[in-house]
Design a protein around this ligand. Structure first.
Ligand SMILES: C[S@@+](CC[C@H](N)C(=O)[O-])C[C@H]1O[C@@H](n2cnc3c(N)ncnc32)[C@H](O)[C@@H]1O
Length: 273
Protein backbone atom coordinates (compact mmCIF):
# COMPACT_ATOMS: atom_id res chain seq x y z
CA UNK A 1 0.00 0.00 0.00
CA UNK A 2 1.68 3.26 -1.08
CA UNK A 3 2.35 6.07 1.39
CA UNK A 4 -0.05 8.42 -0.39
CA UNK A 5 -2.73 6.88 -2.62
CA UNK A 6 -2.04 7.26 -6.33
CA UNK A 7 -4.59 8.23 -9.00
CA UNK A 8 -5.03 4.50 -9.80
CA UNK A 9 -5.60 3.72 -6.13
CA UNK A 10 -8.27 6.45 -5.73
CA UNK A 11 -9.93 5.32 -8.94
CA UNK A 12 -10.03 1.73 -7.63
CA UNK A 13 -11.31 2.89 -4.24
CA UNK A 14 -14.06 5.06 -5.74
CA UNK A 15 -16.49 2.15 -6.14
CA UNK A 16 -16.27 1.41 -2.41
CA UNK A 17 -16.69 5.07 -1.43
CA UNK A 18 -19.72 5.21 -3.68
CA UNK A 19 -21.13 2.00 -2.17
CA UNK A 20 -20.82 3.38 1.38
CA UNK A 21 -21.94 6.96 0.62
CA UNK A 22 -25.13 7.93 2.44
CA UNK A 23 -28.33 8.29 0.43
CA UNK A 24 -28.82 11.95 1.29
CA UNK A 25 -27.84 13.86 4.41
CA UNK A 26 -24.59 13.00 6.14
CA UNK A 27 -24.26 10.28 8.76
CA UNK A 28 -21.21 12.10 10.14
CA UNK A 29 -22.88 15.49 10.27
CA UNK A 30 -21.63 16.19 13.79
CA UNK A 31 -18.11 16.60 12.38
CA UNK A 32 -19.36 18.55 9.37
CA UNK A 33 -21.25 21.00 11.57
CA UNK A 34 -18.15 21.67 13.67
CA UNK A 35 -16.12 22.37 10.52
CA UNK A 36 -18.85 24.50 8.94
CA UNK A 37 -19.28 26.58 12.11
CA UNK A 38 -15.54 27.12 12.55
CA UNK A 39 -15.26 28.16 8.88
CA UNK A 40 -17.95 30.77 9.65
CA UNK A 41 -20.28 29.59 6.87
CA UNK A 42 -23.77 31.06 6.77
CA UNK A 43 -26.78 31.43 4.53
CA UNK A 44 -26.02 32.83 1.06
CA UNK A 45 -22.28 32.09 1.11
CA UNK A 46 -20.35 30.81 -1.92
CA UNK A 47 -18.16 27.98 -0.66
CA UNK A 48 -15.43 25.81 -2.18
CA UNK A 49 -15.04 22.32 -0.68
CA UNK A 50 -11.72 20.65 -1.53
CA UNK A 51 -11.33 16.86 -1.89
CA UNK A 52 -15.08 16.36 -1.46
CA UNK A 53 -15.14 12.65 -2.27
CA UNK A 54 -18.72 11.44 -1.79
CA UNK A 55 -19.77 14.87 -0.60
CA UNK A 56 -18.47 15.45 2.92
CA UNK A 57 -18.98 18.17 3.98
CA UNK A 58 -20.19 19.62 0.64
CA UNK A 59 -23.76 18.28 1.01
CA UNK A 60 -24.06 19.63 4.57
CA UNK A 61 -22.73 23.00 3.35
CA UNK A 62 -25.27 23.12 0.50
CA UNK A 63 -28.02 22.64 3.08
CA UNK A 64 -26.52 25.37 5.28
CA UNK A 65 -25.99 28.07 2.59
CA UNK A 66 -29.42 27.52 1.04
CA UNK A 67 -30.69 28.52 -2.40
CA UNK A 68 -29.02 31.95 -2.22
CA UNK A 69 -25.55 30.43 -1.83
CA UNK A 70 -23.51 27.82 -3.62
CA UNK A 71 -21.04 24.99 -3.00
CA UNK A 72 -18.41 23.86 -5.45
CA UNK A 73 -17.41 20.27 -4.64
CA UNK A 74 -13.90 19.74 -6.00
CA UNK A 75 -11.97 16.48 -6.28
CA UNK A 76 -9.03 15.33 -8.38
CA UNK A 77 -10.76 12.05 -9.20
CA UNK A 78 -14.09 12.34 -11.00
CA UNK A 79 -15.15 8.82 -9.93
CA UNK A 80 -14.91 9.86 -6.28
CA UNK A 81 -17.59 12.54 -6.84
CA UNK A 82 -20.21 10.00 -8.01
CA UNK A 83 -21.79 9.68 -4.56
CA UNK A 84 -21.83 13.46 -4.08
CA UNK A 85 -23.64 13.97 -7.39
CA UNK A 86 -26.21 11.30 -6.53
CA UNK A 87 -26.85 12.70 -3.05
CA UNK A 88 -27.27 16.22 -4.46
CA UNK A 89 -29.86 14.88 -6.92
CA UNK A 90 -31.69 12.91 -4.20
CA UNK A 91 -31.89 16.01 -2.00
CA UNK A 92 -32.80 18.19 -5.00
CA UNK A 93 -29.95 20.58 -4.25
CA UNK A 94 -29.69 23.09 -7.08
CA UNK A 95 -26.91 25.08 -5.48
CA UNK A 96 -24.10 22.56 -6.05
CA UNK A 97 -21.39 22.61 -8.71
CA UNK A 98 -18.78 19.94 -9.32
CA UNK A 99 -15.18 20.51 -10.37
CA UNK A 100 -12.54 17.94 -11.22
CA UNK A 101 -9.20 19.52 -10.30
CA UNK A 102 -6.23 19.11 -8.01
CA UNK A 103 -6.36 21.06 -4.81
CA UNK A 104 -2.78 22.26 -5.36
CA UNK A 105 -3.79 24.14 -8.55
CA UNK A 106 -7.25 25.64 -8.16
CA UNK A 107 -8.88 26.73 -11.43
CA UNK A 108 -10.49 29.83 -9.92
CA UNK A 109 -9.66 33.53 -9.92
CA UNK A 110 -8.32 35.25 -6.81
CA UNK A 111 -10.95 36.46 -4.31
CA UNK A 112 -13.77 34.17 -5.51
CA UNK A 113 -15.20 32.39 -2.43
CA UNK A 114 -16.59 33.39 0.97
CA UNK A 115 -15.20 30.20 2.51
CA UNK A 116 -13.03 27.19 1.64
CA UNK A 117 -13.37 23.87 3.46
CA UNK A 118 -11.61 20.53 3.34
CA UNK A 119 -12.36 17.41 5.40
CA UNK A 120 -9.75 14.64 5.53
CA UNK A 121 -8.24 15.74 2.20
CA UNK A 122 -5.11 17.72 3.10
CA UNK A 123 -3.33 14.56 4.23
CA UNK A 124 -3.61 13.25 0.66
CA UNK A 125 -2.16 16.39 -0.92
CA UNK A 126 1.14 16.10 -2.74
CA UNK A 127 1.94 19.62 -1.55
CA UNK A 128 -0.04 20.66 1.50
CA UNK A 129 1.69 24.06 1.80
CA UNK A 130 0.72 24.94 -1.77
CA UNK A 131 -2.86 23.72 -1.16
CA UNK A 132 -3.22 26.06 1.80
CA UNK A 133 -1.75 28.98 -0.19
CA UNK A 134 -4.19 28.24 -3.03
CA UNK A 135 -7.12 28.08 -0.59
CA UNK A 136 -6.14 31.52 0.71
CA UNK A 137 -5.70 32.93 -2.82
CA UNK A 138 -9.23 32.04 -3.94
CA UNK A 139 -10.83 33.43 -0.77
CA UNK A 140 -12.36 36.89 -0.81
CA UNK A 141 -10.70 39.32 1.59
CA UNK A 142 -12.22 38.56 5.00
CA UNK A 143 -13.20 35.04 3.90
CA UNK A 144 -12.32 32.05 6.04
CA UNK A 145 -10.87 28.61 5.44
CA UNK A 146 -11.51 25.57 7.66
CA UNK A 147 -9.61 22.29 7.27
CA UNK A 148 -10.17 19.06 9.22
CA UNK A 149 -7.66 16.22 9.51
CA UNK A 150 -7.62 13.03 11.55
CA UNK A 151 -6.03 13.34 14.99
CA UNK A 152 -3.46 11.08 16.62
CA UNK A 153 -3.85 7.42 15.61
CA UNK A 154 -3.79 6.11 19.23
CA UNK A 155 -7.06 7.94 19.84
CA UNK A 156 -8.74 6.80 16.61
CA UNK A 157 -9.84 3.31 17.59
CA UNK A 158 -11.53 2.40 14.31
CA UNK A 159 -8.60 3.36 12.09
CA UNK A 160 -5.91 2.03 14.44
CA UNK A 161 -7.56 -1.35 15.02
CA UNK A 162 -8.09 -1.94 11.29
CA UNK A 163 -4.52 -0.91 10.43
CA UNK A 164 -3.10 -3.17 13.16
CA UNK A 165 -5.10 -6.20 12.07
CA UNK A 166 -4.46 -5.74 8.33
CA UNK A 167 -0.73 -4.99 8.71
CA UNK A 168 -0.32 -7.70 11.37
CA UNK A 169 -1.87 -10.42 9.22
CA UNK A 170 -0.52 -9.42 5.82
CA UNK A 171 2.70 -7.43 6.37
CA UNK A 172 4.23 -8.65 3.13
CA UNK A 173 1.21 -7.54 1.12
CA UNK A 174 0.43 -4.13 2.56
CA UNK A 175 3.93 -3.08 3.63
CA UNK A 176 4.86 -1.61 6.97
CA UNK A 177 5.22 1.98 5.70
CA UNK A 178 3.38 4.60 7.68
CA UNK A 179 0.83 6.21 5.40
CA UNK A 180 1.14 9.91 4.58
CA UNK A 181 -2.34 10.46 5.96
CA UNK A 182 -0.66 10.48 9.38
CA UNK A 183 0.51 14.01 8.57
CA UNK A 184 -1.09 16.87 10.52
CA UNK A 185 -2.19 14.60 13.36
CA UNK A 186 -0.07 16.20 16.06
CA UNK A 187 -1.62 19.24 17.75
CA UNK A 188 -0.05 22.44 16.37
CA UNK A 189 0.98 21.06 12.96
CA UNK A 190 -2.15 22.04 11.04
CA UNK A 191 -2.16 25.44 12.66
CA UNK A 192 1.48 25.93 11.66
CA UNK A 193 0.47 25.22 8.03
CA UNK A 194 -2.18 27.96 8.19
CA UNK A 195 0.32 30.42 9.65
CA UNK A 196 2.88 29.60 6.94
CA UNK A 197 0.28 30.12 4.19
CA UNK A 198 -0.32 33.69 5.41
CA UNK A 199 -3.73 33.34 7.08
CA UNK A 200 -4.76 35.73 9.86
CA UNK A 201 -6.73 34.94 13.02
CA UNK A 202 -5.56 31.34 12.89
CA UNK A 203 -7.02 28.85 15.35
CA UNK A 204 -6.95 25.12 15.96
CA UNK A 205 -9.10 22.70 17.93
CA UNK A 206 -8.72 19.03 18.75
CA UNK A 207 -12.06 17.23 18.67
CA UNK A 208 -12.14 14.23 20.98
CA UNK A 209 -15.25 12.05 20.95
CA UNK A 210 -16.39 8.62 22.02
CA UNK A 211 -18.44 7.12 19.20
CA UNK A 212 -20.71 4.17 19.98
CA UNK A 213 -21.75 1.36 17.65
CA UNK A 214 -24.20 -1.48 18.25
CA UNK A 215 -22.64 -4.75 19.46
CA UNK A 216 -22.48 -7.34 16.71
CA UNK A 217 -22.81 -4.77 13.93
CA UNK A 218 -20.10 -4.78 11.29
CA UNK A 219 -19.67 -1.01 11.58
CA UNK A 220 -16.02 -1.36 10.54
CA UNK A 221 -16.80 -2.76 7.10
CA UNK A 222 -17.31 0.67 5.53
CA UNK A 223 -13.85 1.97 6.46
CA UNK A 224 -12.18 -1.38 5.74
CA UNK A 225 -13.58 -1.37 2.20
CA UNK A 226 -13.06 2.35 1.54
CA UNK A 227 -9.44 2.12 2.66
CA UNK A 228 -8.40 -1.35 1.50
CA UNK A 229 -11.14 -2.33 -0.98
CA UNK A 230 -9.09 -2.91 -4.12
CA UNK A 231 -6.54 -4.93 -2.15
CA UNK A 232 -9.27 -6.91 -0.30
CA UNK A 233 -10.53 -8.12 -3.65
CA UNK A 234 -7.21 -9.86 -4.22
CA UNK A 235 -7.72 -12.05 -1.10
CA UNK A 236 -9.18 -15.52 -1.49
CA UNK A 237 -12.33 -16.45 0.47
CA UNK A 238 -10.39 -18.17 3.24
CA UNK A 239 -8.07 -15.21 3.88
CA UNK A 240 -11.01 -12.85 3.73
CA UNK A 241 -12.94 -14.74 6.42
CA UNK A 242 -9.78 -15.03 8.56
CA UNK A 243 -9.41 -11.26 8.29
CA UNK A 244 -13.06 -10.61 9.20
CA UNK A 245 -12.77 -12.91 12.24
CA UNK A 246 -9.57 -11.16 13.39
CA UNK A 247 -11.21 -7.74 13.05
CA UNK A 248 -14.26 -8.92 15.07
CA UNK A 249 -11.97 -10.27 17.76
CA UNK A 250 -9.89 -7.08 17.91
CA UNK A 251 -12.99 -4.90 18.34
CA UNK A 252 -14.36 -7.20 21.09
CA UNK A 253 -11.85 -5.50 23.41
CA UNK A 254 -13.87 -2.28 22.92
CA UNK A 255 -17.26 -3.73 23.88
CA UNK A 256 -19.03 -2.03 26.77
CA UNK A 257 -22.30 -3.89 27.40
CA UNK A 258 -24.44 -3.84 24.28
CA UNK A 259 -22.25 -1.45 22.30
CA UNK A 260 -18.74 -0.75 21.15
CA UNK A 261 -17.13 2.40 22.48
CA UNK A 262 -14.60 3.86 20.06
CA UNK A 263 -12.35 6.82 20.65
CA UNK A 264 -12.20 9.36 17.84
CA UNK A 265 -9.79 12.29 17.51
CA UNK A 266 -9.81 14.93 14.80
CA UNK A 267 -8.08 18.27 14.30
CA UNK A 268 -9.60 21.43 12.83
CA UNK A 269 -7.78 24.61 11.91
CA UNK A 270 -9.16 27.81 10.51
CA UNK A 271 -7.88 31.16 9.35
CA UNK A 272 -9.02 34.37 7.67
CA UNK A 273 -7.68 36.12 4.57
C1 LIG B 1 -10.11 10.62 2.55
S1 LIG B 1 -11.02 11.21 1.16
C2 LIG B 1 -12.02 12.45 1.94
C3 LIG B 1 -13.33 12.67 1.23
C4 LIG B 1 -14.33 13.57 1.97
N1 LIG B 1 -13.85 14.93 2.10
C5 LIG B 1 -14.72 12.99 3.31
O1 LIG B 1 -14.44 13.60 4.34
O2 LIG B 1 -15.33 11.90 3.34
C6 LIG B 1 -9.81 12.14 0.29
C7 LIG B 1 -10.26 12.68 -1.06
O3 LIG B 1 -9.19 13.46 -1.59
C8 LIG B 1 -9.20 13.32 -3.00
N2 LIG B 1 -7.86 13.73 -3.47
C9 LIG B 1 -6.69 13.07 -3.34
N3 LIG B 1 -5.68 13.81 -3.84
C10 LIG B 1 -6.24 14.96 -4.29
C11 LIG B 1 -5.71 16.15 -4.90
N4 LIG B 1 -4.41 16.28 -5.12
N5 LIG B 1 -6.58 17.14 -5.21
C12 LIG B 1 -7.91 17.02 -4.97
N6 LIG B 1 -8.47 15.92 -4.41
C13 LIG B 1 -7.64 14.91 -4.07
C14 LIG B 1 -9.52 11.86 -3.21
O4 LIG B 1 -9.99 11.63 -4.53
C15 LIG B 1 -10.58 11.64 -2.13
O5 LIG B 1 -11.88 11.88 -2.63
Amino acid sequence: MSASPSREEWTARAVFWDKHAPEGESVTDELNRILIDLAGIGSGDDVLDLASGSGEPAISIALRVGAGGSVTALDAHGEMLAGARRRAATLELNNMKFQIARMEYLPFADDTFDAVTCRFGLQSSEDAAQTLREARRVLKPGGRAGFMTHGVEERNTLSAVLANVVCGMFPERVGAAKPKRLRFREPGSLRAGFDAAGFDEVGEREILRVVTREAGSRFWRSLLERRYGSWLETLDAEDRSRLDAAVEEAFAAHLAGDRYELESADMVSWGTK
